[in-house]
Design a protein around this ligand. Sequence first.
Ligand code: HEC
Length: 275
Amino acid sequence: MKFRTALVTAVCIGALSAIGVAVAQDADTEKGIERYRQMLREDPWSNPGLLDSDRGEALWKTPRGPKNVTLEQCDLGKGPGKVEGAFAELPRYFKDADRVMDVETRLLWCMEKLQGFNPADIVKRPHPGGGQPVKELGAIATWVANQSSGQKYAAKLDLPKEKEVLALGEDLFFRRSGPFDFSCATCHAAEGLRIRLQGLPYLADTKEARKVVGEWPAYRVSSTHVMTMQHRLYDCYWQMRMPQLQMGTDASVALVAYLTKKAEGGEIAAPGLKR
Ligand code: HEC
C-alpha cells in the first residue's frame, strides 16, 4: 500500500513538473509565433493568400464550365457583377434561390446556374489537402472577401428566413453531439482556452468574434494554403468526429450566419493569416 501511495505521489509530482515545463515552453513558443505573425502583418504583401485572391479574380473573369461563360453576371446580393462590398453583407437571403447563402454557397449557385457546373462534383472534394492550393471556388471566395476588406461586417440578417437561419446556427453552436459529446461551445465559449499551442477564440463573444471572423478566408501557415470559412467549419466538425459538413448545406450556412452576426461591426481583413 505504502509503496503504491509513494509511486502515485511520485508519478503525480512528475506529471505536475512536466506540465510546468510545458506551460513555460508554450508561453515562449506562443510569443515567438506572435512575433512571426507581427512580422507578416507589418508587410501586408507577404501574405501568400493574396496570390489566391488574384487567381480568384482571374477565375471570376474567365469563361468556364459547360456553358463557357464568366461569373461576371453573378449576383452576390448587390446586383449582377457587383463585387465590392458584397461580402460585407453576406450571408443574406436570395430571392432567386429562395435561400439564405454565405459567399461560398452563393458562388456554388452561380457556378451551377451561370456556368453549368454540376454542384455535386464541386462539393465532393471542395477543400484542399495539406500543401495543395485552395480550390477554385475558394480562390474566388477569397477575392470576393478581399473586395470588402477594410469594411465592417454589416449582414442585416433580419428577414424572417434570415432569422430562422440565425436561430438554427445558434442551436448548432451550442448543441452537443457526436461520439465526444462536443459542441462548438465546448471549445469556443470561454476566454483563454487552448488546445496545445492553439488559442481557442471565444466565438460566442462579440469582442473576440469581431477580432477573428473577418479574417476568413485566411492563409493558414501550417497547411500552406488558404482556408475558407466553410473549410474551417468542416475541420472543426471533423475535430468533433461528426459526419462531414458538406459545403453549401443549411447547417453550414447557419453556422456561418451565427458567427457573422456575432462579429457584426467587426472589420473585414481578408485574407487573414493564421498559424
Ligand atoms: C475540440 C475543440 C473544437 C471544437 C469542438 C470546435 N472547434 Fe473550432 N477550432 C478549434 C481549434 C483547435 C481551432 C484553431 C485551429 C488553428 O489554430 O489552426 C479552431 C478554430 C475555429 C475558428 C477560427 C478561429 C480563428 O482564430 O480565426 C472558427 C471560426 C471555428 N473554430 C468555429 C467552430 C465552430 C462553428 C464549431 C462547431 C461546429 C467549432 N469551431 C468546434 C477547435 C474546436
